[in-house]
Design a protein around this ligand. Structure first.
Ligand code: F6P
Length: 371
């Protein structure tokens, strides 16, 4: 009988429990015992674990978050923590570790693999910015939540003739903003990959107003930056992987838009709502397929790999490839988003709704004489 450890690291995301459940259930075929490591890599430093029985994972498939907890712990910050992790892996008799995480958690997994620890990775993040996989689970749920929010914001923006700036997560990649922005029909989508020009943003919004569309929805990724300036951050403090806390770009934009266009503007920062709650069916399916595939990697002693989705196939890629670079937004997709920014599609000679109504009323009041 093998004992396999499983951990979830970094920001939580919908679908983590679906992976844990799949690993536990798929392991039963081989009669393995699955040990939940509490709170990411921290649990291997502190020696905090729990046995994951079939009973423990029963009913967790639709549940958001992670039943074993998570943290942004980097054991490579201190040599003594690396040693503790390795000692605990031996002490608990773990034959392998399944690390479910984004680039930080999986970079740590790669380092342990290089030190001879049998590790496999499962890609998770709402940001969808891991290389080697078309999608990470959690992303589809975040996109659905943001799309629904944009739909709701449309009705209030339209009623009050306002601009609403919606700030979404994604760190240095604009996947959530681009997908949800297109799906929700946003009038402007600003992403970290393409520094924005505030004059151009305002020209687009003004073109809408000049054509009688007296409200607009602007979606901005938290990592978007103006052409002339740097990132807007919440605080200088960094986590153990050196990341600052992003957030607040929407306030800068709202102020500039209101000042330049003289249109009432409001901000909605969706924040952690995007990471909470039940996963979509698509994420549950992807997470389940990843969990089963991770068990097969261990069965085949195929370590140092991450399970991945390419096309509709579950494959595996070296962890080194997955964490080598950030997967940023495909520019062909962003070009599609731009087609719907006002300046590109509004014809300057188009009539406003008021002009059209007036013309119609006039022809109604003076119907052509019958011969
Ligand atoms: O990486 C996932 C993510 O949600 C990012 O989109 C966001 O910048 C960050 O985590 C927020 O982290 P925290 O939950 O630590 O505030």
């Amino acid at each position: 009988m093998k004992r396999i450890g499983i951990l979830t690291g970094g920001g939580d995301c919908p679908g983590l429990n679906a992976v844990i459940r799949a690993v536990v259930k798929a392991s039963r075929r081989y009669d393995w015992e699955i040990i939940g490591i509490k709170n990411g890599w921290k649990g291997l430093i502190n020696g905090e674990i729990e046995i994951l029985t079939d009973y423990a994972v029963s009913g967790i498939l639709p549940k958001g978050g992670t039943i074993i907890g998570t943290s942004r712990t980097n054991p490579f910050k201190k040599p003594e923590d690396v040693q503790k992790v390795e000692e605990n892996i031996k002490r608990f008799g773990l034959s392998a570790v399944v690390a479910i995480g984004g680039d930080d958690t999986l970079s740590v997994a790669l380092k342990f693999h290089e030190r001879g620890i049998p590790v496999v990775g499962v890609p998770k993040t709402i940001d969808n910015d891991l290389s080697g996989t078309d999608y990470t689970f959690g992303f589809d749920t975040a996109v659905s939540i943001v799309t629904e929010a944009i739909d709701r914001l449309h009705t209030t923006a339209e009623s009050h003739h306002r601009v609403i700036v919606v700030e979404v997560m994604g760190r240095h990649a604009g996947w959530i903003a681009t997908f949800a922005g297109i799906a929700g029909g946003a009038d402007e989508i600003l992403i970290p990959e393409v520094p924005f020009n505030i004059d151009q943003v305002c020209r687009n919004l003004k073109a809408r107003y000049d054509h009688g569309k007296k409200f607009s929805i602007v979606v901005v990724a938290e990592g978007a930056k103006p052409e002339e300036g740097g990132l807007i951050i919440q605080s200088d403090e960094t986590d153990e992987f050196g990341h600052v806390r992003l957030g607040g770009i929407s306030h800068y934009l709202a102020k500039e838009i209101e000042k330049r266009l003289n249109v009432e503007t409001r901000v909605t920062i969706l924040g952690h709502v995007q990471r909470g709650g039940t996963p979509t069916a698509r994420d549950r399916l992807l997470a389940t397929r990843f969990g089963v595939a991770a068990v097969e990697l261990i069965k085949n002693n195929d370590f140092g790999k991450m399970v991945a989705l390419q096309g509709d196939n579950i494959i595996s890629v070296p962890l080194a490839e997955a964490v080598s670079k950030l997967k940023t937004v495909n520019m062909e997709l962003y070009e599609i988003a731009k087609i719907f920014f006002a300046e590109s599609y509004l014809d300057k000679d188009d009539k406003t709704p008021e002009e059209t109504t007036t013309v119609n009323l006039q022809s109604y009041q003076n119907p052509p004489m019958e011969q």
